[in-house]
Design a protein around this ligand. Structure first.
Ligand SMILES: Nc1ncnc2c1ncn2[C@@H]1O[C@H](COP(=O)(O)OP(=O)(O)OP(=O)(O)O)[C@@H](O)[C@H]1O
Ligand SMILES: [Mg+2]
Length: 269
């Protein structure tokens, strides 16, 4: 699938540097993500992909460079202000609350406008109960979207990793984001579950969301991503059409350490 050049750039990362001690985890990286696309971010372990997500979401601040989102300069913005602009994420290691049901996990992510105040919530007044019902109904709708509504009342920790990752996506969608950053959303999943996530990214994109997905499953990237960026040692190695990126000899070498090994190249496809 080719990237649509006419789509507006939603996220623009330019010459970003992030150092930890003497190591540049991100070393002058740049990439553009266009609106309403599924964009794959790939690269070997330690390339700097998660650090980049941490920079976009304001968990860390870049030492150099700029990150712009829909006309806003994200540098030095607090995570909650970046979230309020419409950026949300999931984590490489699933982060759900223990002791909470699937539905409650998703409800914690809902930033719906509340019509009642704290006082009404404290006293359990009808306006507060109406807020609670709206959030619950919206959360059930999000669970339907990720096909987890049948598990709504179960404890999240009793579910498989694949199911927990889908709950995390539903929770992230609760803030009505414009851009969702998925950090290895299919880790620990079998191929059928991974394809289900791929289809979900298309549904979200068709609803107008932009998806940046860190992914090691190359089959998924070529099947579902319209654009791809390859990161290596904190820097841009290649970008463009996913198939072309993955076939790039420099990308093959970055993953496997040497070129022209037909068996290993096959494994990436
Ligand atoms: N908080 C931190 N403090 C110090 N070093 C860090 C920190 N976070 C990341 N790093 C270092 O930055 C580099 C990039 O790590 P990062 O987790 O971003 O890579 P990644 O591409 O997400 O790798 P993986 O595919 O294994 O998840 C690594 O060398 C890592 O050890
Ligand atoms: Mg990572």
């Amino acid at each position: 699938m080719a990237e649509s050049p006419e789509k507006t750039v939603m996220l623009d990362i330019d010459n970003v540097v992030k150092r930890f001690g003497g190591v540049a985890a991100v070393g002058g990286f740049r990439m553009k993500v266009r609106e309403a696309t599924v964009h794959g971010l790939i690269g070997p372990n330690g390339a700097g992909k998660t650090t980049l997500i941490n920079l976009i979401t304001g968990l860390f601040h870049a030492d150099e460079g700029t990150i712009r989102f829909a006309g806003h300069d994200l540098q030095k913005m607090a995570p909650q202000d970046i979230a309020a602009l419409g950026i949300t994420r999931t984590y490489q290691n699933v982060r759900l609350f223990s002791g909470m049901s699937v539905l409650e996990q998703v409800m914690t992510g809902c930033f719906l406008e509340k019509k009642s105040g704290m006082f009404a919530s404290f006293l359990g007044l009808p306006s507060a109960r109406a807020d609670w019902r709206r959030i619950r109904d919206h959360s059930m709708e999000l669970l339907r979207r990720v096909r987890m509504d049948h598990r709504a009342d179960e404890l999240a920790e009793t579910l498989s990793y694949g199911e927990q990752r889908r709950i995390e996506i539903a929770r992230a969608l609760g803030s009505n984001p414009k851009l969702i950053l998925l950090d290895e959303p299919t880790a620990g999943m079998n191929q059928a579950e991974a394809s289900e996530i791929g289809r979900l990214t298309h549904e979200l994109r068709d609803a107008g969301l932009t998806i940046l997905m860190v992914e090691h499953n190359m089959g998924l990237v070529t099947e579902f991503c319209e654009a791809c960026t390859v990161m290596n040692f904190g820097q841009l190695l290649a970008d463009g059409d996913p198939r072309t990126c993955i076939a790039n000899p420099d990308v093959q070498e970055a993953y496997f350490g040497r070129k022209n090994d037909a068996t290993r190249i096959q494994a990436l496809r």
